[in-house]
Design a protein around this ligand. Structure first.
Ligand SMILES: O=C(O)CCC(=O)C(=O)O
Ligand SMILES: [Fe+2]
Length: 235
């Protein structure tokens, strides 16, 4: 697909899925390092209130912050940079990547927006890279509501309830998903195997660095830096 068509699709839907964007060997390398890092029985780091309220079951790791350079080649990929510029404009910037691991039997992530949607110009872009296949058998599909990045605030209500028109994405090894931070999205429960995704978050030049500190769930707004529920939401 031509770059202009990709941008149009992203602007319309709030996400695009690009299968086979990264090669098998590159994915296998970072996947191996990820499993080495977590070891046999990784422990969750968030507090109990966050866990039970957010219904989000992810263990994060920031390898680039620890000086592990093996994750840099993905960030520096020319095609990824071109696409990011197309969507975010020039002088866009990226954060350190975040590796996310969820164990089999875990909840995935409840519906959320990565940052408050009140200012439509102020958003993060998730650049999600998958190092192994996600299928209907493994669970852990990404569900999105197409076009919801233009629908404002995620409605209060059941944190994991379904939306009419939601679409289920099953990225395979090497897939890149570009997902607008205001798009309503969730990760389905993990049935089989360990689930890994890597998020190379980026944002337009004018966006504040701490843009994703406050996440909007259907039952609360949560601030990660202070581990606090800023607002209870009732639907
Ligand atoms: O792991 C995924 O597929 C999605 C993660 C997500 O929602 C995020 O990083 O904002
Ligand atoms: Fe998210």
């Amino acid at each position: 697909m031509k770059p202009s068509a990709l941008k149009q699709k992203f602007d319309r839907d709030g996400y695009i899925v690009l299968e086979g964007f990264f090669g098998d060997a590159q994915m296998a390398h970072v996947d191996r390092l990820t499993h080495q890092h977590y070891g046999e029985n990784p422990a969750f780091q968030h507090n109990d209130e966050f866990l039970s309220k957010s219904q989000t079951d992810v263990i994060p790791w920031f390898p680039q912050q620890e000086g592990v350079t093996d994750f840099d080649a993905i960030a520096n990929d020319k095609n990824l940079q071109e696409l990011s510029k197309l969507i975010l404009g020039s002088n866009w910037y990226s954060q350190h990547c975040m590796v996310m691991l969820s164990k089999p039997g875990s909840l995935g992530q409840a519906w959320h927006q990565d940052c408050p949607p009140e200012n439509p110009q102020c958003f993060n872009l998730n650049r999600l890279v998958y190092t192994h296949d996600i299928t209907d058998a493994t669970g852990g599909q990404v569900a999105v509501v197409p076009g919801s990045h233009k629908m404002g605030l995620l409605p209060a209500g059941d944190p994991v309830g379904n939306f009419t028109g939601q679409v289920s994405l099953t990225p395979s090894k090497g897939t890149l998903i570009l997902l607008h931070g205001h798009t309503w999205h969730c990760v389905q429960p993990i049935k089989e195997g360990v689930r890994v995704s890597i998020n190379y978050r980026a944002a337009p030049a004018s966006t504040p660095e701490g843009i994703t500190d406050i996440c909007v769930y259907r039952n609360m707004r949560y601030q990660f830096s202070t581990s606090r529920v800023l607002e209870d939401r009732v639907g």
